[in-house]
Design a protein around this ligand. Structure first.
Ligand code: PMP
Length: 404
């Protein structure tokens, strides 16, 4: 097993062993070309064919309709914090050339550290041309009045009548808060509050939940984006699903007063060039493409959804048991817990350190919580098998028993 640990880290994170092994081969000789994947031209027909298959595998597994383009870029989730603002301000300007800064509203749903950061970037970029509003701030509904520990009640979401964008982060990686995919749940995204009579510019950050299960109401989104480095590949690749009406002539919009858009951030540049305007992260695309191929062979998203559901269910059961016995404390309110990143505390002096050290002795790493939240964070991305999750859960159960 190459001496590999079980890596529960939040990102970059574990990748399937078979993909890492295949990558070794591809680094030396990519699909019989005699050239390694990090050496071959991104404009070669062999790479183009690989890219086409990768796109096809995303489109078919996620059921992306023909109204939406799939685009590849770099710059991570953070790059998209900027890009969504600039592209959607351009779209809004073309639709409403006379709109004032007060009428040009960017609505942010703030449920954790990443959506908060995205809203801050929107404020930086839109001074004088638009107004950034917090459509809802989850901290107001938290247990302690200051933490991100919940998806707020639907009645508290307040969207503008005709916003330039509505933004949310589907899974908050740091805080362990996620929208429910059961659309009847009070913790689901409140799609029913969106205006139905026009195309809503709904933007979702799926960085840490992309390809872990189907995306509900995908067709109602304007932009969905994800950095690859959680579920599907190494860092360096960002995947975008963009509805056609959001791919606009940003230069025409700039002439009307929208902020100029760097070419590498413009969705139109990416779309017109087939995501090859400049040199893409060829190696990262290769590895993510191998992951998607493997997913397809394993039965696609329905398979991963079922495995991920079981892993999360068993993990939260152990966390709840620990809480009842006074060993753990949950961070996130019931119903808002993330499938991918579970966050909890180990109670008692030095107990967290003991927990981490004991896990490490059994070859389980990457469990320390984000520095801003503390505690333990268990990331259960697709590459963590059910067996590996079970090993951690058995360790937690034993830890609880020994603490009592
Ligand atoms: N959004 C979410 C939900 C994330 O988890 C992260 C990274 N952990 C980011 C955005 C930022 O992504 P990047 O580091 O790729 O810029």
């Amino acid at each position: 097993d190459h001496g590999r640990a079980i890596n529960f880290g939040a990102g970059p994170s574990a990748l399937p062993l078979s993909v890492l092994e295949e990558t070794q081969t591809g680094l030396l000789n990519f699909e019989g070309t005699g050239m390694g994947i990090a050496e071959i031209s991104h404009r070669s027909k062999e790479f183009q064919a690989f890219l086409d298959e990768f796109e096809h595998n995303i489109r078919t597994q996620l059921d992306v309709p023909p109204t939406h383009r799939i685009l590849f870029t770099q710059g991570g989730g953070t790059g998209q914090f900027s890009a969504v603002v600039l592209n959607l301000l351009a779209r809004y300007r073309l639709l409403h050339p006379q709109a004032s800064a007060a009428d040009t509203v960017l609505d942010y749903v703030v449920t954790g550290s990443w959506s908060k950061k995205a809203a801050e970037e929107a404020r930086r970029l839109s001074g004088g041309v638009a107004t950034v509003r917090t459509a809802v701030d989850a901290r107001v509904y938290s247990k302690d009045g200051k933490s991100f520990d919940n998806i707020p009640p639907h009645a508290e979401f307040a969207f503008a009548d005709d916003p330039a964008l509505i933004y949310y982060c589907e899974n908050e990686t740091v805080d362990g808060v996620e929208f429910s995919h059961d659309l009847e749940s009070p913790a689901a995204f409140p799609f029913h509050l969106l205006k139905q009579d026009r195309l809503v510019p709904l933007v979702a950050d799926y960085s840490s939940s992309f390809m872990c299960r189907p995306i509900p109401r995908l067709a109602d989104h304007a932009v969905i984006y994800a950095g690859a480095q959680k579920n599907i590949g190494p860092a360096g690749l960002t995947i975008l699903i963009v509805r056609e009406d959001c791919i606009v002539d940003v230069d025409a919009a700039a002439k009307l007063g929208a902020p100029p858009v760097p070419l590498t951030l413009s969705y139109k540049t990416l779309a017109d060039s087939g995501s090859l305007y400049n040199t893409p992260s060829v190696l990262a695309i290769y590895m993510a493409g191998l992951v998607l191929r493997r997913m397809k062979q394993n039965g696609g998203l329905p398979f991963y959804e079922e495995v991920n559901r079981r892993k999360a269910k068993k993990l939260y059961a152990a966390i709840h048991e620990g809480e009842q016995k006074g060993v753990f404390r949950r961070k996130v309110q019931q119903g808002s817990e993330s499938w991918m990143n579970a966050v909890f505390e180990v109670l008692g002096e030095g107990a967290e350190k003991n927990f981490l050290e004991g896990a490490e002795k059994q070859g389980m790493k990457g469990l320390k919580g984000h520095r801003s939240v503390g505690g333990i964070r268990v990331s259960l991305y697709n590459a963590i098998t059910e067996q590996e999750a079970d090993k951690l859960i058995a360790y937690m159960t034993q830890f609880i028993a020994e603490a009592n």
